[in-house]
Every structure is written in C-alpha cells, then in structure tokens.
Design a protein around this ligand. Sequence first.
Ligand SMILES: NC(=O)c1ccc[n+]([C@@H]2O[C@H](COP(=O)([O-])OP(=O)(O)OC[C@H]3O[C@@H](n4cnc5c(N)ncnc54)[C@H](O)[C@@H]3O)[C@@H](O)[C@H]2O)c1
Length: 441
Amino acid sequence: MSRIAVFGAGYVGLVTGACFAELGHDVGVRDVLPDRIDALRRGELPIFEPGLEELLAKNEARLRFTLDVREALDGAEFVFICVDTPPLYSGDADLSRVWTVIDELPAKTRATVVMKSTVPVGTGDKVRAALDARGLAAVSYVSNPEFTAEGTAVRDFLHPDRIVIGAFDEADSDSVEALHTGIVAPVVRADVNSAEMIKLAANAFLVTRISFINEIANVCELVGADVARVAEGIGLDHRLGPHFLRAGLGWGGSCFPKDSMALKQLAANSGYHFQLLNAVIEVNELQKRRVIQKLQKHVGKLRGKTVALLGLAFKPNTDDMREAPSLVLASRLLAEGVEVRAWDPVAEPELQGVTLCKTPLEAVRGADAAVIVTEWPQLKELALEEVRAAMRFPLLIDGRNLLDPAAARAAGFAYEGIGRAVSPLDVLPETAERDPEQETA
Ligand SMILES: NC(=O)c1ccc[n+]([C@@H]2O[C@H](COP(=O)([O-])OP(=O)(O)OC[C@H]3O[C@@H](n4cnc5c(N)ncnc54)[C@H](O)[C@@H]3O)[C@@H](O)[C@H]2O)c1
C-alpha cells in the first residue's frame, strides 16, 4: 500500500482521496481553506456528492486532513494535484493554483506528482522544466486526467470506463497504474501531451453531442418532430450510442464550459481556428436563451410576470452552481423585469433579486410560468394538479424533457418541452397578449 498526498479538497480531491483510501492506501488531503479542513475533520462533507460522506467515514483511519503542506507530504510517494483550474478572462485555464502547489514542494522532495486537474496540453512539459529548474530531479511527473462526473463521482472513480496515464517514463506509468490495483478498467498509456489532450477532447466531444441534439431539437420544433423519439432512434445505432443525446436548455457545470473554452483557446493560441468547437459553444449560449422566447410566445410581455425556476444546480445530484444554465436564465428574466422565484433541493446560491423557496409548490405559487431547469428526480413526482392549482397561469416549460407531455397537458398545463412537437392546445389565447416593443426588438 502507498502513501498519497492529495492537494485540493474539492469535488475531485475528496473523491480521489476517499477512493484511494478505500483501495487501502494511506491518504493525506491538503487544502488552503481552513473552514473546509475543519469541517472534514469533524466528519462533515463541505460539498454535496452522493456516497462520498459514507466512504470518507468508512475509511477514516486511512485519511488525514490538513492545511499544512509538510504534514500532507509526510512520507508521501505520490502527490495528486486536484486544485481548481478556472478560466481566465482570456478563456485560457488559470494554472496559478497548480503552480502554487509545485512551488510549495519542499526541496529534496522524492515523489511522483500526478496531475488530476484539467490542464492545457503542454502543461506537463512546463511542470517538468520547472521541477528540473528547482533541482527536483527526484520528482517524477504523470498526467492522470479525471473523468468522474459530479453526482456519480464515487462510482465513476471505482468503476471507470478507462484510466488514462501519460508519463515521461514507463516506470512512472507502472507505479501509477499499480496504485489503481483493485479497479477493473482498461488502462490507456500515452505520452503526457496526448493524455492531456484526451481529457480536453473527451469533454469537447461530449458537448458536441449535446449541442448537436439541441440543434436537432430546435429543427424538430419547426418541422413538427419529436426529439425524444429521434434521439432514441439515433442512439440505437451501435456506431452512435445513446449517451449525451438528451435535448435540453443547454450544458453547464464546472468542467464543460471551461474545458471547451480552454481547448478552443489552446487551438487559437497555436494558430488554429477550431470552427466546430466554436459553433458548439455558440449553440449552447443561444440554447439557454431560447427559453425566454418560449415564455414570450405564451405570455407575451414578460415585464411584471412571475416565473418559477425549478432546479438551479447545473445538473441533478450536485450542489454545484458553476456555469449553471439557471444563472443565465435568472439574469435574463430579471433583466426583462420578471419576478423570479426558484427552488433547488440542495443548491442554495445567493442570487441577487431571486427569491429562493423551500419547495417547488412554494416557488410556483402565483407564478405565470414554471420552468424545469434541472432534472431533479423529485420534479418527476410533482403532483401536477396541485402545481397547476397553485399557479396564476398554467404554463410549464420543461427545459429537460423530464415530464410526460400528455400527463402535463391532461393536468391542464400548456406544456412545452425542448424539441417536442407542440400541441395546438398549448397556446393560451387569453394570456398571449402581444407586446409591440418585443415585435420590433
Ligand atoms: N468537478 C468535477 O467533476 C471534475 C471532473 C473532472 C476533472 N475536474 C478538474 O479537476 C480540477 C479540480 O476540480 P474541482 O471541481 O474538484 O475543484 P474545486 O474548486 O471543487 O476544488 C479545488 C480545491 O483546491 C483547493 N486549493 C486551491 N489551491 C490549493 C493549494 N495550493 N493547495 C491545496 N488545495 C488548494 C481549493 O481551495 C478547493 O478546495 C479542475 O481542474 C477540474 O477541471 C473536475
């Protein structure tokens, strides 16, 4: 069994630490946020991730949490870098936290630094050069990108589709692969640049599929087809597969937007205009705004109306609000003069001007429209008649195609999903007042 130091106690660092402890390793997790470390020492999880609290508790004896670099590194043979790499104003990844960790390694460190943070291609070369410049020749470097998804991260880590290991030296690949003993998955060994590119390309491909099906959905709306059936028919083709073909109001989260932007900028910085990826990103920006048009189509002028946003987190089973489509929707609605009420079972963001509600029913009370923004399972169980009775106007925009359109219509709603054939019953003539300003805008 090995000793591992994990830098960063966020979504990736905590899952990495807990899962390596589960595999029998001894793990020291270091963060720079005192509140976070204090909470972890008390056995409290500072983020929401299903199954993680239990896994940390189960492996308590093999886990330490600290603010101190040397305490985390004590005897560590591996140093996992799991710090955040948010976008800079330019769209490039901000590597300042990664560099801080490299700078913090004490002289005479002997360990393998393993990069789990998502970084631009070429970062490994730069880190290797920096380590050499500091005389840290006994520090090896390995790229081991992370593919876990929030909400299913523990399962994804312990049962991954593949483990990617990019190294300068075969022996380092061997040692990092050995750390994963107990996990059954194909291992892809590559040079460091290619491992870094695998992560960025995988995320770019996933968002390409989502933006593709969203555009198909938009065309479906114009020609009277149902994207849910179309996606089913596409996905059964073994060459295509069913994943990431769910139309909706756009992708968000802590990874997809920043990683696609980082790859776009990486290409641009290298002299290449990544046309497809640019379009994929733009399609997503427009997709989030289409909800506003759908609302206007039904209720006309938005000023003075009340809209309930059901779900705020960027996807279900997480409290992560980074780049959540709800943020764009809320701010567009507020700019239109709408009163915005919102509900989410776990995310509790401070959104200026938005009233947070404890239940979906409270959020929809007196509303002129409700929008399903995040496909929380609770929303599938909504008592539709009760919701309808609570609302001023029964307009339901299902931004995730979560509900059965027939059931929603039977409950008296004007229902509109994304890319689903719109019923003529769905336009409420008595509420669809025209707004002359809107017509010329
Ligand atoms: N969130 C995901 O599901 C996911 C999946 C795959 C890859 N990634 C990538 O993994 C990286 C981490 O993402 P995250 O979502 O866990 O970020 P996060 O913001 O949740 O956590 C990062 C943590 O690192 C800490 N930190 C910053 N500087 C530090 C330092 N010098 N020493 C120790 N800790 C430090 C921060 O305080 C924070 O707690 C990013 O590059 C991200 O793109 C994330």
